[in-house]
Structure formats: structure tokens, C-alpha cells
Design a protein. Sequence first.
Length: 372
Amino acid sequence: MAEKSVLSSADEELPALFWDTSPGEDNPDQAALQALDEETTSDEKAESFKVRGNDALRRGVQMKKVFFLREALKAYSNGIAAGPEDKTLLGTLYSNRAQAHLILGNNRSALEDSKFALQQDPTTLKAYFRGTRAAMRLHEYAAAVQLAQDGLRADSTTAELQQMLQTAEAELTKQRLSQQKAEAEAIKAKAPAKRLAMAICQRRWQVGPPQFHVGSRKPFLDPEGMVHWPVLFFYPENMQSDAVEDFHEAETLGDHLDVMFGAGSEPLEWDTDHLYTRPQLRLYYLSHAAPPLKPEQLAQALHAGWPENGRQEAPQRYGAKAARWMHVEQDEPLGAVLSNDDYIVPGLPVFFIVPDQSRIQKQLLENELSLF
């Protein structure tokens, strides 16, 4: 059934081409327009859109009106969508749309359209200009040099393109020198962390992500090549901790406990039962507390620091690498303890202090305490 025409009186006085509303299919003028559209080839449609786009682009430049520039983009896009078989025409549509994008500051789109234009017609000289200019605005000087060189192969007499090539080559040289300098500085800045990571790996110590917030704490190498660690002593009874900021790898855990709990030291405020006396203290670590990092990952962490959300997934409770509480001999050097196959340092060494024969020790050994 034909659609009923709904026209204003003003529309009826004009040819169908200029009507604001759409007439019905039985309208003779509408039928004539439809037949004309069907008889028009894709190349003819694309050419018509190109002419409209060129007119809108010219108006936009002359009047400095963004509206016309956007209308030009639409017209060129419609011409491309018409699917012309003429590759030269299609290349011109892409190239002209690139110019509209350039004027609007859409440099990425201008560069892409210039490349599309040259894919259709490598002789579209304006596309080389526009692509080179867009690439330079994007600081993609290698692409700018390539486009300018390709354009000069198509027409070696173009002085403006020769000048653009010289400018692009000079900027590319400066950019590469700057990149080389930045890379050299980055390598130099990372060198201490790489040396430290190498020293750790050579000692067969394994390090994983932190299970506690460690801030900016990290180990360091002294002039003799010995590693110093920040170490946390954790009291699981009340979730408090003490930190030793400089723990030499050759020092024993007992050495530091002697200082912390020796004669003349202040008792722990919360130890009302006086259980935390030096002879009673026992040390444990949690095996497989974190997944071990690869050497390059460790070097990066030592250089850039641990992420702010440093806490990782909890240790495994089951399987071959399930976390277990392991007793530590206090007369062993720190380095020897860290060399245990099952000790994965969680960011920095962490040891748990409990009194011998105490309730908290029993809970710990029976795995009744949270693993982190």
C-alpha cells in the first residue's frame, strides 16, 4: 500500500527536490527523483559528493566556520561510502577529507586518510603533503620522512615537499638522540637495582611480592658486596611489629633479639604476663608466603618500588607449596635462613615471635592463626 503524502501547502508549491517533508510513493515528482537516483552510477554519486565537499571546505576556510568544515567531512564520507570504482576519485575523496581533518586539528584522522588516499592512488600528490604535515604535528617524524620521500619519488620537483623532508629529517634526528639519551639514563638508573637483584639471586634467595605494607623499604648492597635487609619482627598475639632497618646478612636473628629483649631493654607494653623474655622467645617464618619473582621482575621492583596495593593473594593452604610455620634457629645468620628452599621473602624478611609453650605458639603450630 502506497504511503500517504503529508505535505505542507508551502511544499506543494515547490519542486520535490526542495521539499522539507517526504512525499508519498505515488507522487510523480518523488518517483522521478527516485528513478534519477537509481540511474546514477556510484562514480557519479561520489563525484557529486566531492563537489559538495569542496564547496563546503572552501566556505569553511574563507568564512572560518567549523560548521562548513564538518559539512565537508560529511560530504567526503558520503562520497567514499558511495563506493566509486574510479580509484583516482576515491583517492581524492580521502585526500580532501584529510585536508578537512587537518584544518580541524584531527591530525590522527588526517594521517590515516592520507594513507588511505595513497593506497587507492599513489599519484595523489596532495596526500603526501597532508600526510607529512599530519605526521609532523603528531611528532611521528619517521612516518613524516617516509611520506615525504615517497612523495618526492612521485614528483621530485616539489620544493615545498623537499623542505618538509629536510625539517622532518632534522626533527627525527633530534628525537632519536633524545630517545637514546633517555634510554641510557634509564639503564644507568636501573643499574644498582639490577646489581642487587643479581646478588640476591646468586645467593639463591627467593623474593616475592609483599604480604604487608612495606613502604619504601628495600635491601641494599654495601661497598663490600654484602646485602643489608630491613627485617620485620611480627607479634601475632596482637598484630604489632618491630622493624630492624639495617640487618646485615651475616648477622644472626639472635643478635638482634639480644638487643631488643636483653638486659635493660623496655618490656613490651602489652605483655602484662611478662611472657616475652629473652630465654622464652621462639622464631618462625611462613614458608611459601608468596610466589617468587623472576630476576627481571625483582630488579624492576627494587628499582621502582612495590605497588601501593602491594598485598597479594593469601598463601596457599593446601598442596605441595602450602604455607607452613617453620621454626628458625636463632644462631643462624640471616643469609642462611633466607637460603631455605621454602622461604620466599614476602617483599622483605618477616619473622614471627612467640613465647615458648604459650597459647599463641600452640595456635600457630596447629595452623589456627590466619596466614596473613
